[in-house]
Design a protein around this ligand. Structure first.
Ligand code: F6P
Length: 559
């Protein structure tokens, strides 16, 4: 731990012994709001209700300086291989850089490649929206069924939902991420193969969930077209892929025309700005997609150019460090006051928890401090009738980000004003609490920290800005915690165990090397219960009774 960290921790120790009263800090400093808020673009970041003093902020800024944050930010934008374990640059910011300036990385001008793919997306979107994309029967394609999970699904789903009022054209976009047959049936019931285009979004083109869903959807197409004796190459017309492994998409039988590549230097959870955003462009039009990119680009400039004391993502990152490492608050709630942002907390969950949920530093040495908090949240006012009780009176202190649009995109501004009133009153109540000596049951402790991001309206540009703010917050924290925010090895273990367990569920003796190996008694008990209730033979006779085909590993063109 360097000197700056030690000083910060000593200050945190003092603050835990003699907690800062946030309400009192407002009484003693009439400039507290100006001191601890930033207005930028159409957005106000108010962090004056955090449990900090001017000294806290100064010490946090010292920690940022000691970690050489400025240099790291420059490295991020210039293509240094910050993802060291995978030896990759981290250049999602290049995807939204609309300047003419080239970006040379290892002999290649990435901007040129990005421009070409964006042009390809543009032409595809225009043709699709103009009903010029025809299926194998000659009927225009009207639906796009998007299959993708994690970073390949969360972003497009969030953006299409959040910006629904900006929809252009009549192409309907549908998403399936999970491998849940009930969802699959519900979605497919709304569609007809003749009018459907299926887009596989997968950076690796090998993710189990996406692959399994693709196989099901392929059978759905197959059943329809073979019943009509259509033998032409419907795969080329009805399927497309967004991937960093285009050769695998070609292998699957797709036409090159419908393959939209992106690159290994775009991390999955940072990929919404790449061709992973194709469903967004299809639903909202390319202009709105570009406006979305421009909001993020504006944040990139702000992040690169603004001194740290007025730099919103830097401040967001530092405040998180204070709450987690200084005050020991290990969860963080993101509460948008707009239904349109219902998926925003889940998006941030992947962004923060997959990036910084690490227990070792970049060299693999165990960390002696906490990293990413548990991120959770949902929309207000709904949350006020669910979890806010715990936030006001529970034993766990949960720092909150309130996300509050000023103007509604509907004609019901009166309702939006009510939403704002609720958001403001919650943040005030968390901070002030309530004394009640007569009925202690009714007392609220107060001094529960929160920030508010208030913005003019939820436009494509604003949503781009909000997502980029959180992305850079994650970057700042990763630098200060000395972790690699761009790999996710922890996800692998679960994936490997699924492969090992599946044969035990399907009674598939042949494809398992460990079929007879006893597992722990909990897993054995759960397997036995599964077989009993699924109606399969408990004795593992080698019968495949689940309907799961062993040849499903086949991801090739075998129509
Ligand atoms: O959850 C792990 C993960 O690797 C994410 O990082 C990624 O966004 C997601 O799986 C999907 O991966 P892919 O785009 O390769 O299908």
């Amino acid at each position: 731990m360097n000197k700056a960290w030690k000083t910060l921790m000593a200050h945190a120790n003092d603050c835990r012994t003699r907690p800062i009263s946030i309400a009192e800090a407002f009484n003693t400093d009439i400039h507290r709001f100006e001191r601890f808020s930033v207005q930028w673009d159409d957005l106000l970041f108010d962090y004056s209700k955090q449990q900090i003093t001017t000294e806290t902020l100064k010490l946090l800024l010292d920690v940022a300086e000691a970690a050489q944050l400025s240099e790291k930010i420059s490295q991020l934008f210039s293509g240094v291989r910050l993802n060291e374990s995978e030896q990759r640059a981290v250049l999602h910011t290049a995807l939204r850089d609309s300047t003419k300036a080239p970006l040379w990385v290892e002999g290649e001008n990435l901007k040129e490649e990005i421009g070409l793919i964006q042009k390809k997306m543009h032409a595809f979107v225009e043709a699709f929206q103009a009903h010029k994309k025809l299926g194998v029967t000659g009927a225009p394609l009207k639906h796009c069924l998007c299959l993708g999970i994690g970073g390949s699904g969360l972003g497009p789903t969030l953006v299409c939902d959040a910006l629904a009022p900006y929809k252009t054209g009549d192409i309907q976009v549908h998403f399936i991420s999970n491998i849940d047959g009930e969802t699959l049936d519900t979605v497919l019931k709304k569609l007809s193969p003749e009018e459907t285009f299926c887009l596989i979004s997968s950076k690796t083109f090998s993710t189990l969930e996406t692959k399994e869903n693709a196989l099901k959807v392929r059978s759905w197409f197959e059943a329809e077209f073979s019943s009509k004796n259509i033998n032409r190459d419907w795969m080329a017309l009805h399927w497309g892929a967004v991937t960093a492994a285009p050769e695998k998409a070609l292998d699957w039988g797709m036409s090159d025309v419908h393959i939209f590549p992106f690159w290994p230097w775009v991390g999955g959870r940072f990929s919404v700005w790449s061709s992973i955003g194709l469903p967004i462009a299809l639903s909202l039009g390319m202009d709105n997609f570009k406006a979305f990119l421009s909001g993020a680009e504006a944040v990139d400039r702000h992040f690169k150019e603004t001194p740290f004391e007025k730099n919103i993502p830097v401040l967001m990152g530092l405040l998180g460090i204070w709450n987690i490492n200084g005050l020991g608050y290990s969860t963080h709630a993101i509460l948008p006051y707009a239904d349109a942002l219902k998926r925003f907390p889940s998006y941030c969950q992947q962004l923060e928890m997959e990036s910084n949920g690490k227990g070792v530093d970049k060299q693999g040495r165990p960390l002696a401090y906490q990293t990413a908090p548990v991120i959770w949240g949902d929309v207000g006012c709904d949350g006020q009738h669910a979890y806010m009780q715990l936030l006001h009176q529970g034993t766990v202190v949960v720092p909150v980000d309130f996300l509050v649009p000023v103007r509604s995109r509907s004609a019901h501004q009166d309702l939006q004003t009510l939403l704002v009133a609720n958001a403001l009153s919650q943040s005030k109540a968390l901070m002030e609490g309530k004394e009640d000596r007569v009925t202690p049951l009714k007392a609220c402790a107060g001094d529960r920290p929160c920030s508010t991001l208030m913005f003019s309206q939820l436009t494509p540009r604003m949503l781009g800005s909000l997502l980029a703010l959180y992305e850079h917050k994650v970057f700042v924290q990763g630098v200060l915690w000395a972790v690699n925010s761009f790999d996710q090895w922890g996800v692998e273990l679960g994936k490997q165990l699924t492969q090992a367990l599946l044969p035990r569920l399907t009674n598939d003796v042949q494809s398992s090397n460990h079929f007879d190996d006893k597992m722990d008694s909990s897993t054995e008990g759960l397997l036995a219960f599964f077989h009993r209730h699924q109606g399969s033979n408990e004795q593992y006779e080698g019968q495949n009774s689940t309907g799961y085909r062993r040849d499903r590993g086949d991801w090739h063109r075998d129509l």
